[in-house]
Design a protein around this ligand. Structure first.
Ligand code: MN
Length: 745
């Protein structure tokens, strides 16, 4: 039961919320609605507590506060946020809500309930999580506010994630980084996106997170000294010009720093653009904001030299999520590059609050264009969702692809402008215009020059599609197009073909096995699928049925060992809440052999941070924690996560790949193999070297005991005369290979 102290705490939190709502409560009815919905929710959740022990109602109050203070939505959204868990967690129904608070709020609560229900029904082994996300996106078409409230809900759950178990933390963080943060980005909610990313990092990579935040704290003094020195002349000149403004130096987010370190494989000390300067000005009336932005730009570049290729003009052509600003990079004191962002107050509000601010400015009769872009995007999502060919998992992958991309603007032959995601090829453009145009396309004239279907289109290109009546979509195109629309259209065409091929392939394979007296088992597929470059049975059958692969070397494949190497002597730490393989031992730590496999996409070795997933055969597949594939798996199949740790024993060896680069000279190959096999007594499995124009590049596949061992090898190799670098082949590279390799024979 609740104590007096609990009630006092609830009261205080609600009073605080009411205060935040004061600016949006225009009539007494507005305030009454908030008070009434609070009383209703407070009653409904009475006596219930969160995992952390605090009264449950503090969660809806906190979500409502985010909705009003950090996103800037209105009274109805606050009411819906307060009620968001009532229908799912208590005995009240949507009808009860409608009777008391009207249809609009009931519909929003209904949307929020459906999302939650789907998420909790998520059983094992299915794509239930994906279905859940799909449902969530469906609400976009009804009322975007539902998604925004859901984001606020997720944000508060992330802020309080410390109270959850480790595997729950991993599942929720992965979902957040996989879908919620990109979604916040797409809706222009930058602050929320950044916080979601940072929190997700904090729980997925606590050590990295701490290292970066410590470093930022440590360098703060010298950084702010630089910023002051940098800003001083700007402030003086802007004042002289009678411009009203604020200027701030903003540090990049921990997540974006981490991401950059991962991508470029550098340390934090090697990242030079840790911060940006932001100038927000109050526009003077009757002068276009655009003119004022460029005016400030010219004042700054009188003081500091700009980097010509680093001007980003999102004032003329805003990003699809509505973002407007003028960015440039200039050379500051002491030869340090600094990024400067110039925004009007209106642009700043849109950047901070995203979608909600859009509405506000649209109502004032401005920003027609930006609204159009967002509407268009929502319509596209709707179309894709309504397409019957679309499977939830597939949809989500492609949807996600489109969340982060920035755009290029191209012209039709008639001179109309079409906005496409950056990286789009000619075929994407054809499908963007019309399905039939895409299906029949064979090439294009780009700026009157003939180009292929897979040529990337660039900003300002004029594109005219060339068609042929006999043309039809082919599988290979899926590796080139990047828009969800093109992929979906090609797939739905191929689907019919595919069904025939699948049946054919299955029969071919069954016959081939029968001939050899082999029964199709999980073991057989473990060998066959990787050997034929297939990720699952269906893909394998379809390729076989379509004649893309043939079974010529089946005998050899069946004799070989499975592609995922079995390794022994791991110790698994299995949390108490997870039942594991029906094992009979009751101790927390078990040594399990044979059932553990190393994921081929990232090839973790002892010393790497790892995460395990149960597979369909009851085994565990181990990925590096930073592997894209693992993040995707965790976001969809959180129920399969197995907390896992390396044992301290170094008994067997792991396969690893390093990449070397250097200047070619006589005998260098011999030196490499001498160092590795001779001096270090390490077994090389494969050595692949290519030499051109005096440069040589190659990959060495070898067996090592652990990460330290591998680093030792790399240092040794790097010290050989002529060798410029020796690096471990990164996840990203590996993942790309896997992603592109699946569709081709
Ligand atoms: Mn909630």
């Amino acid at each position: 039961m609740f104590t007096e102290a609990d009630d006092k705490m609830i009261r205080e939190h609600f009073d605080d919320l009411l205060e935040c709502c004061a600016p949006i409560c225009r009539t007494p009815e507005d305030k009454k609605l908030i008070v009434d919905t609070f009383n209703f929710a407070n009653d409904a959740h009475r006596g219930v507590r969160r995992k952390s022990g605090i009264p449950y109602i503090l969660h809806p109050i906190a979500v409502a506060k985010i909705v009003v203070s950090e996103i800037g939505l209105g009274v109805k959204s606050v009411a819906a946020a307060l009620l968001h868990d009532v229908v799912e967690d208590t005995d009240y129904t949507v009808e009860d809500i409608e009777t008391r608070f009207g249809k609009k709020i009931a519909t929003m609560v209904d949307g929020l309930t459906k999302i939650k229900k789907a998420s909790e029904l998520a059983g094992s082994g299915s794509s239930a999580q994906a279905e859940n996300f799909k449902k969530m996106l469906l609400t976009l078409s009804d009322d975007v506010r539902v998604i925004i409230i859901k984001l606020a809900d997720r944000l508060h759950n992330m802020r309080t994630l410390g109270a959850m178990s480790v595997d729950k933390q991993m599942k929720i963080s992965s979902e957040t980084i996989y879908l919620f943060a990109p979604l916040a980005h797409r809706l222009g909610l930058y602050n929320i996106k950044t916080e979601l990313e940072n929190l997700s990092l904090k729980y997925s990579f606590p050590e990295d997170y701490k290292k970066i935040s410590d470093k930022l704290a440590e360098t703060e003094a010298s950084r702010s000294e630089f910023i002051d020195k940098f800003n001083a002349p700007i402030i003086e000149r802007l004042n002289e010009n009678g411009i009203e403004f604020t200027i701030k130096g903003r540090v990049k987010s921990i997540y974006s720093i981490w991401k950059k370190m991962q991508r470029k494989m550098v340390t934090i000390d090697e990242i030079y653009d840790l911060f940006a300067i932001r100038i927000v000005f109050k526009p003077i009336p009757f002068v276009p904001e655009k003119t004022q932005c460029w005016n400030i730009y010219s004042i700054i570049t009188d003081l500091y030299k700009p980097k010509p290729d680093r001007i980003r003009d999102w004032v003329n052509i805003p990003k699809a999520n509505g973002y407007e600003a003028l960015h440039c990079t200039v050379m500051g004191p002491g030869g340090v590059w600094a990024e400067v962002q110039i925004r009007s107050e209106r642009m700043d509000e849109i950047a901070e609050k995203g979608f909600a601010a859009h509405w506000k400015y649209k109502e004032r009769g401005k920003g027609e264009n930006r609204e159009g872009e967002l509407d268009k995007w929502i319509k596209e999502v709707q179309n894709a969702l309504n397409s019957p060919t679309e499977d939830a998992v597939e949809f989500l992958d492609e949807f996600k692809l489109n969340l982060y991309t920035s755009e290029v603007v191209v012209f039709t032959p008639k001179g109309e402008t079409i906005t496409m995601p950056k990286g789009s090829v000619v075929l994407d453009f054809a499908y963007e215009i019309h399905t039939n145009l895409g299906n029949k396309a064979i090439g294009a004239k780009i700026n009157h020059k003939i180009e292929s279907l897979y040529t990337p289109i660039k900003n300002g290109d004029q594109v005219e599609i060339i068609t042929s009546e006999t043309a039809h979509p082919v599988l290979a195109s899926l590796d080139h197009v990047i828009t969800a629309k093109a992929k979906q259209k090609i797939k739905s065409f191929l689907k019919k073909e595919r069904e025939n091929n699948l049946a054919n392939g299955m029969k071919l394979f069954e016959d081939a096995l029968k001939e050899r007296g082999v029964t199709p088992s999980a073991r057989v597929f473990h060998k066959v699928l990787p050997a034929y470059n297939s990720t699952n049975k269906d893909e394998f059958y379809v390729k076989l049925g379509a004649g893309i692969i043939s079974l010529d070397n089946l005998d050899k494949v069946l004799k070989e060992n499975a592609a995922t190497k079995l390794i022994k002597y791991w110790s698994l730490q299995v949390s108490n809440t997870i039942k594991f393989f029906g094992g009979s031992k009751s101790d927390n730590q078990k040594t399990i052999d044979e059932q553990i496999k190393v994921a081929q996409c990232c090839m973790p070795i002892p010393g790497d941070e790892i995460i395990g997933f149960r597979d369909d055969d009851g085994g565990v597949i181990v990925h590096k924690k930073s592997c894209d594939e693992a993040i995707m798996l965790a976001s969809r199949h959180g129920e399969k996560i197995v907390p896992i740790k390396w044992s301290s024993e170094k008994i067997i060896s792991f396969l690893s790949v390093i990449e070397v680069r250097g200047i070619d000279r006589m005998g260098i190959l011999r030196d490499i193999s001498n160092v590795i096999t001779g001096e270090m007594n390490i077994n090389i499995r494969k050595l692949q070297i290519e030499s051109h124009d005096g440069i040589f590049e190659g990959e060495i596949t070898l067996y090592v005991k652990d990460k330290k061992d591998l680093e030792h090898v790399m240092n040794k190799v790097a010290s050989i005369k002529g060798i410029e670098s020796a690096k471990r082949v990164s996840d990203e590279y590996k993942h790309n290979v896997a992603a592109n390799g699946t569709k081709q024979a």
